[in-house]
Design a protein around this ligand. Structure first.
Ligand SMILES: [Zn+2]
Length: 314
């Protein structure tokens, strides 16, 4: 760059020592510096590539009580990570859960998973195919500090509204559960999305934290690990399209798009997957807001808008 600058200055007849004394030459030099700077930026952008995906990490508290959040806070990373080529992932591990190729999925089908159910089951199950780390089949979710409503009920209410909104937009909807009286592991839920070759696996949850001031809407996506390498990038792409539509439609506090590597619902999924944390039930105001028909409809319609934009069937 210095060589280029010197060269330009020589060509414009403007030596550095004259710059403070010659207004005409100083103007020319400014233009030459701007020109060279722009060229440099263009070259830099071409060399490094320019990513439009902004993945935020606003969810670093370890006090979150929601089951999906509580699994492994340290796994949250603050940016999209490419697959780790240096990891000791074996070929067998990688082939254990490879996402279905896009051309095989049903482009008009979405699988909605209303998180949790009414019965806690602490039986331990691997967080991914062949994993040594385990989690409870149903650890239970959070509950509303103002309404007293359990998370599984709220998730299910909004899921039914999302189902209706998607169906009116021409989407075929598969539900992982149609009642609150179920005990299902995250693996079972993901396998329903896989079996139906859903174009998108949409998991609905509400958040919880010991800090009752926390509010906002976040979208979780699979981080990169031995199980999710086939779906992580596409899931992040889906979130990058859908999340801003929901924030704009609901005016919710934007808690960002967050990668999670230790969620079984992602690790067993073979189709693009996202998880909406629709708001904090541990914040009295947001808990009451989530209970209103109008806000539930706003959530459902904006999520449906974003999803059909992602599916490109809008
Ligand atoms: Zn939950």
């Amino acid at each position: 760059m210095q060589v280029l600058l010197s060269s330009m200055r020589r060509q414009m007849g403007c030596q550095p020592r004259l710059m403070l004394h010659c207004n005409g030459r100083l103007t020319i030099c400014r233009w030459s510096v701007i020109l060279v700077g722009c060229l440099g930026l263009i070259i830099l952008c071409m060399v490094t590539g320019c990513s439009s995906v902004q993945v935020q990490d606003t969810n670093t508290d370890t006090d979150t009580t929601d089951a999906s959040q509580a699994l492994n806070q340290e796994s949250i990373s603050d940016k999209v990570q490419p697959p780790d080529q240096t990891s000791d992932t074996t070929a067998a591990d990688a082939s254990a859960n490879t996402a279905a190729p896009v051309e095989q999925i049903n482009l008009g089908t979405v699988c909605i998973d209303p998180g949790h159910g009414n019965t806690i089951d602490s039986t331990q199950t691997p967080i991914g195919p062949g994993a040594s780390e385990t989690q409870a089949v149903e650890p239970g979710g959070t509950s509303g500090v103002a309404t007293g409503t359990p998370e599984y009920e709220r998730n299910f209410e909004i899921a039914l509204k999302l189902k209706t909104q998607l169906e009116t937009r021409g989407v075929t909807v598969i539900m992982t559960r149609t009642s609150n009286d179920v005990v299902m592991s995250s693996q079972q839920r993901a396998e329903i999305a896989n079996t139906n070759k859903a174009a998108l696996f949409v998991r609905l949850h509400c958040d919880g934290a010991t800090n009752s001031s926390r509010v906002g809407f976040s979208t979780l996506v699979p981080g990169y690990n031995e199980w999710t390498s086939g779906i992580a990038a596409e899931s992040t792409r889906a979130a990058s399209i859908i999340h801003p539509v929901v924030i704009a439609g609901t005016q919710a506090t934007d808690d960002g798009i967050i990668q999670r590597e230790n969620l079984a619902g992602f690790n067993y999924s073979q189709v693009p997957s996202i998880l909406f944390e629709m708001g904090f039930m541990t914040n009295p105001d947001e808990d009451e807001l989530l209970a209103t028909e109008s806000y539930q409809n706003s959530l459902a319609s904006s999520m449906a808008d974003g999803i059909v934009q992602y599916l490109q069937i809008a």
